[in-house]
Ligand binder design. Structure first.
Ligand SMILES: Cc1cc2nc3c(=O)[nH]c(=O)nc-3n(C[C@H](O)[C@H](O)[C@H](O)COP(=O)(O)OP(=O)(O)OC[C@H]3O[C@@H](n4cnc5c(N)ncnc54)[C@H](O)[C@@H]3O)c2cc1C
Length: 439
């Protein structure tokens, strides 16, 4: 028998974990695994807020694919099309013409993108918070705005530089806001020109609560903690427009800001539009609990999906509910999916995925947090410690775990770095300026 050709589309939480497990559990003569991703690394997204705040080195919150997936073939590029009827995927490599990859089994795991709205000015002035590039840009940008505010003599420029707006109060938005504010507050120790009261950190949330992943009282506690720190929390409020950086809110307020971060949810990768796989009204790939792609009850043979891009029935909830888009589900689904692919290849029956969402842990800055796990509610340093231990246990590879723990230990003894490396974003500027034009 020829080895089964398994194609993994996207090496994120689902793709990386599934590929690792397939390589561990299947012999080389049973399967060959090809992994396609435009990035050379998996991003451990729950660490993005801490990477942005400078508690973890950005390099340590990503997992290099070629080091971890030594038994897989890695293709640096994006899958642009899947014709499952021909079992063929089109890949646009990072350089060169498109190529076609034929497969026997496909794992569709390109994840999600920011769910944006047609708000005037958002495209020009907003930034998401889903990639390591966005997190590091934001860190440099926030620190750079402190430098601008410290040097300017114009009060309006100063006010604008020190106004930071986050739209969306889920865990990504709350953690990003709280960690960045904590970092900026620390940095102000080195800015005698500025005080904490000069900064204006705003959360804009359309519903009446934050952190829908935990109980209402925990969301309310989080709001209280952020209010105590002087943050401006606008619940039941929408961003109406931000043309030229002038933020207009549905409560009638308006102010200028150089920093507008969009963290208001995610939607499945738009790449899925160019596939012949069945999808639901939210554009997610429809799956059975076994993680096999299915059109109604009909299994689409050889196609598997999980994670943020998939509608996977939640067998622990009432009928008709689906697993939430979270790392917690993604990594567990990946393990079940890899075991099911192995079962099918060996002529056995796949088993359903069943996991009761354990809860959520969120960091609100150094030594501050909120956690609700298996019904147990924790706040403050204990929750923060739980957040750290949980995520360090989850990030793949011993190498990353050790590096992250060393980062944290160092930060315990030495003050965190609060220097902006904004030059990274335009590294050729100086060289271009000093190099004469020809002709
Ligand atoms: C800031 C932040 C904090 C979070 N915190 C938590 C938390 O505390 N707890 C929790 O449970 N969840 C958390 N999440 C959510 C969690 O990270 C996601 O649910 C999880 O990453 C989904 O896994 P995935 O494999 O579906 O997608 P991803 O992990 O996003 O992986 C998708 C991969 O596909 C690749 N890709 C995209 N398009 C293509 C293409 N066309 N071809 C090939 N490859 C492609 C991408 O480069 C990426 O590597 C957080 C998310 C964010 C943004």
């Amino acid at each position: 028998m020829n080895p089964q050709r398994i194609l993994v589309v996207g090496a994120g939480h689902v793709g990386l974990y599934a590929a690792l497990r397939l390589c561990r559990k299947l012999r080389a003569r049973e399967a060959e695994v090809t992994v396609v991703d435009p990035q050379p690394h998996m991003t451990y997204q729950p660490f993005l807020p801490e990477a942005a705040a400078g508690n973890i080195s950005p390099r340590h919150s990503v997992v290099p694919l070629r080091r971890e997936l030594k038994r897989c073939k890695i293709v640096s590029g994006a899958v642009t099309r899947i014709e499952h009827s021909r079992k063929m995927a089109t890949v646009q490599p990072i350089i060169g013409p498109p190529l076609e990859i034929e497969y026997d089994q496909v794992i569709v795991a390109p994840g999600s993108v920011s769910r944006t709205l047609p708000i005037p000015g958002l495209r020009e002035h907003g930034i998401g918070f889903k990639t390591i590039g966005e997190a590091i840009y934001l860190r440099n940008h926030v620190l750079d705005r402190l430098d601008v505010a410290a040097v300017t003599t114009d009060p309006e420029t100063r006010r604008r530089a020190l106004t930071f707006v986050f739209v969306g109060g889920g865990y990504a938005g709350i953690e990003a806001l709280a960690e960045m504010e904590d970092m900026a507050r620390d940095a102000l120790k080195y800015y005698p020109e500025l005080t904490v009261a000069d900064m204006h950190w705003v959360l804009v949330e359309a519903t009446q609560r934050v952190l829908p992943e935990v109980d209402r009282d925990m969301g309310a506690y989080t709001v209280q903690q952020l209010l105590k720190r002087g943050l401006d929390i606008r619940l039941d409020t929408r961003l109406d427009s931000c043309v030229d950086g002038v933020v207009k809110l549905s409560d009638g307020d308006s102010f200028a800001s150089d920093t507008i971060v969009w963290t208001a949810g995610v939607k499945p990768s738009p790449m899925l539009d160019d596939t012949d796989l069945p999808r639901d009204d939210k554009k997610r790939v429809t799956c059975l609990p076994t993680l096999q792609v299915a059109d109604g009850d009909r299994v689409v043979e050889g196609a598997w999906s999980a994670g943020d891009c998939a509608a996977v029935p939640d067998l622990t909830g009432p009928p008709g509910t689906y697993c939430s888009p979270s790392a917690q589900h993604a990594v567990r689904q990946a393990a079940r999916m890899a075991d099911n692919i192995r079962a099918v290849i060996r002529g056995k029956e796949p088993l359903p995925y069943k996991h009761k969402h354990a809860g959520s842990v969120a960091s609100l800055g150094l030594h501050k947090g909120v956690a609700q796990v298996y019904g147990i509610k924790l706040t403050g340093p204990l929750a923060w410690f739980m957040h750290r231990t949980y995520h360090v246990s989850r990030i793949p590879s011993l190498n990353r775990k050790v590096r992250v723990v060393i980062d944290w230990t160092l930060a315990f003894f030495l003050r965190r770095e609060v220097v902006a490396l904004g030059q990274l974003h335009d590294p050729r500027d100086e060289f271009t300026e000093v190099t004469p034009k020809v002709g």
